[in-house]
Design a protein around this ligand. Structure first.
Ligand code: ATP
Ligand code: MG
Length: 297
């Protein structure tokens, strides 16, 4: 809607996990490198966890691009609210197993043959499970058993479990101990620092066609970071709404009032200003700075 007004060729703050907008922050770079390394060196289980909206699905999309380019076969499950029967059916469908996909025994036999054949030819096979925190115990147990398949050169199936932090907590439970022990690599994503938030916003705008943006001032970006806690999805949502508000008011740059309006409309919760307790010995300059920062009357 506002693209032409600001000079964008496409929406810079689209919510989809699009690898073409990938911002290579050190932690995202490290997570992607670990996923690729884990798969290539046949580590078996790899876990990717992180807060809601920190970029886990985006990392998996990047990994899928890599696997496609390397012609590595993979099955990718997004809907983790599955029964064991549905899990095997989807697995068979994704790996194109020629068997009765409704029979667990047939799927397992056919999968075992495929994995042995591919491993024999020096090829890797991957199972990616997103939203893995939602997996039921019985499906997780089936996945653990699939992770046991191995030949003398390593695991036959590389399994990536990605999910919110509940996944870490779930794996701590006594019934998941065996699975937890098998996880060879772990990556965790957190919110961006303020510098990363700035670079992230600039990188998305540049990708959408505006290389030196002046729509959001450095002070406004700092406040966006504070209110979003550096979570990419929240940054996108705030910036998208801010640009829309500025466009509606025919302003080429956004301001603090617009940000207040946007975050109020979004019902965004963020740590509020800390209550300030002035002390008579406090240096006057510090006092003035603090009052400005926390807007103390
Ligand atoms: N490194 C990044 N580069 C570019 N965009 C990113 C990056 N990380 C996250 N995003 C953007 O943030 C939004 C949320 O990312 P994503 O859906 O990957 O998060 P998630 O961790 O899978 O969230 P959830 O926990 O809800 O599944 C998407 O719009 C995505 O494009
Ligand atoms: Mg996701």
């Amino acid at each position: 809607m506002y693209n032409a007004f600001f000079g964008f060729s496409q929406n810079p703050f689209n919510m989809s996990p699009d690898p073409s907008f990938l911002f290579r922050s050190p932690q995202h770079e490290e997570a992607l490198a670990s996923l690729i390394y884990g798969v290539q060196s046949r580590k078996g289980f790899i876990a990717l966890t992180g807060e809601v909206g920190t970029g886990k699905t985006t990392m998996l999309e990047c990994l899928r691009d890599f696997l496609n380019a390397q012609q590595v076969a993979f099955a990718s499950l997004f809907n983790s609210r599955l029964t064991p029967e549905q899990f095997f059916e989807l697995l068979a469908y994704d790996l194109d197993l020629r068997c009765n996909r409704l029979s667990k025994t047939e799927v397992l036999l056919s999968l075992n043959n495929l994995l042995l054949e591919r491993a024999g030819a020096g090829r890797t096979t991957v199972l990616i499970v997103d939203e893995a925190h939602n997996l039921d115990w019985d499906v997780l147990e089936e996945i653990r058993l699939l992770g046991n398949l191995e030949n003398r050169r390593g695991k036959l199936l590389q399994i990536i479990l990605s999910g919110q932090q509940e996944l870490d907590r779930k794996l701590e439970a006594p019934e998941f101990r065996q699975l937890k022990q098998r996880i060879a690599l772990r990556c965790t994503l957190k919110g961006f620092s303020v510098e990363e938030t700035r670079a992230y916003i600039n990188s998305r705008m540049a990708r959408a066609g505006v290389t030196h943006q002046t729509i959001l001032s450095p002070a406004l970006v700092e406040e966006i970071h504070f209110r979003s806690q550096g979570i990419p999805r929240l940054i996108n949502a705030i910036c998208d709404n801010l640009l829309l508000t500025a466009f509606a008011m025919e302003c080429k740059s956004a301001n603090m009032e617009m940000l207040d309006e946007v975050t109020t409309d979004m019902r965004l919760e963020y740590p509020g200003p800390k209550p300030f307790r002035p002390d008579s010995n406090y240096p006057e300059q510090v006092l003035r700075q603090s009052q400005a920062r926390f807007r103390v009357e």
